[in-house]
Ligand binder design. Structure first.
Ligand code: DAH
Length: 340
């Protein structure tokens, strides 16, 4: 029935206009427009006589209900405006209004993981150092004994900015800066962002984070490296975690190893996360190659040292059971809120 539809429209228009009323004048204008002598609702009530008895009954009932409702709302708003005025005179403070709830931020899981890694190494006597993310080939490659024909120097594996500068592909560049700046003993960790032109998927990102470590002194041995890493693994993943070193190759260390921990999900039984073999690779390490010492002007006859590098995303994913690296960068509050 058209009249009923029209009445609904009038109701919602009336309510909408009420929300814009700021003073008694506004309110009076709304009253006149809807329930005044020539008002919209009044007009409907007058026109009811032209309808069939049945329509008249229904529309009349509805229009009268609205009339009462409108009168009630007008009176209510009038009172509210009056007390607002009075409050404004007292200084405008309404202590009875509900408060505005501020949502608490949380520390990002990557920041948190990186802070935990740093904390462990700082407790072992390491200092934190940082270096540039835009880097020359010398610091990112040459000084680290990475030869020209190494695949990581290829444009497909590195973001070049021009012929000499690139976005660093690892945090190992900071080792070189630190050693150029100071003579041994050196004991630093170097957290930061690194970049590789990888296609983004659940386990790859063109930007991620690493923490690099370097210790140089007289008489540093492979067993020192093993001891430091074993303390790190136990502090990070739990006392019952096992660690193993597999021989590997890195140009900047000799000998080199990849370091695995026993799977933190299945405790070494074999599961989906560890691809069934019970071990998870978490970092690369080794004894600093004498060629690196030569590049920074350290005497390789006098000094030895160890270095290591780990991916922060990988560790955070293992610790928190996250199966998609992209979640770290999407700023989805539903994800971030879980890390309180
Ligand atoms: N730079 C290596 C990478 O990005 C990680 C690494 C391995 C760093 C062994 C080291 C190391 O210092 O000794 O894959």
């Amino acid at each position: 029935m058209d009249v009923l539809k029209r009445l609904d429209e009038i109701k919602s228009d009336f309510e909408e206009e009420l929300t814009h009323c700021r003073d008694a004048g506004d309110l009076e204008a709304v009253r006149v427009k809807y329930v005044g002598r020539k008002g919209e609702l009044t007009g409907i009530l007058r026109s009811l006589s032209g309808l069939s008895p049945e329509e008249k009954r229904e529309a009349g009932k509805r229009a009268n209900v609205l009339k009462n409702e409108f009168a009630g709302s007008l009176a209510e708003i009038k009172e509210r405006l009056k007390s607002e005025r009075a409050r404004e005179k007292e200084g405008g403070l309404d202590v009875t209004l509900p408060g505005i709830r501020h949502r608490m931020g949380t520390v990002h899981p990557l920041t948190r993981t990186m802070a935990r890694i740093n904390e462990i190494f700082v407790s072992l006597g390491f200092r934190i150092a940082e270096g540039p993310e835009i880097e020359s080939e010398f610091y990112n490659f040459e000084a680290l004994n990475i030869p020209l024909d190494h695949p990581s120097r290829d444009a497909f594996d590195t973001f070049y900015i021009d012929r000499e500068y690139l976005l660093r592909s690892h945090t190992s560049n900071v080792q070189v800066h630190v050693m150029q700046r100071q003579s041994p003993p050196v004991q630093v960790i170097m957290p930061g962002r690194v970049y590789r032109p990888d296609a983004v998927d659940a386990t790859h990102s063109f930007m991620f984070h690493q923490v690099e470590g370097l210790l140089v002194d007289e008489d540093v041995k492979f067993s020192d490296l093993k001891g430091v890493l074993s303390v790190f693994c136990k502090s990070m993943f739990g006392e019952d975690i096992k660690m193993r070193l597999r021989p590997h190759f890195f140009p900047f260390t000799e000998p080199s190893a990849e370091v695995d921990i026993s799977c933190i999900i299945c405790k070494g039984e074999g599961c989906r996360v560890c691809s069934g073999n019970g071990w998870l690779e978490i970092l690369g390490a080794g004894m600093v190659n004498p060629k690196v010492f030569e590049a920074v002007g350290y005497d390789p006859e006098k000094y030895t040292g160890f270095a290591f590098g780990m991916g922060v995303e990988r560790i955070a994913m293992l610790l928190y059971g996250i199966d998609d690296i992209r979640l770290f960068y999407e700023n989805d509050v539903r994800f971030l809120e879980q890390f309180i």
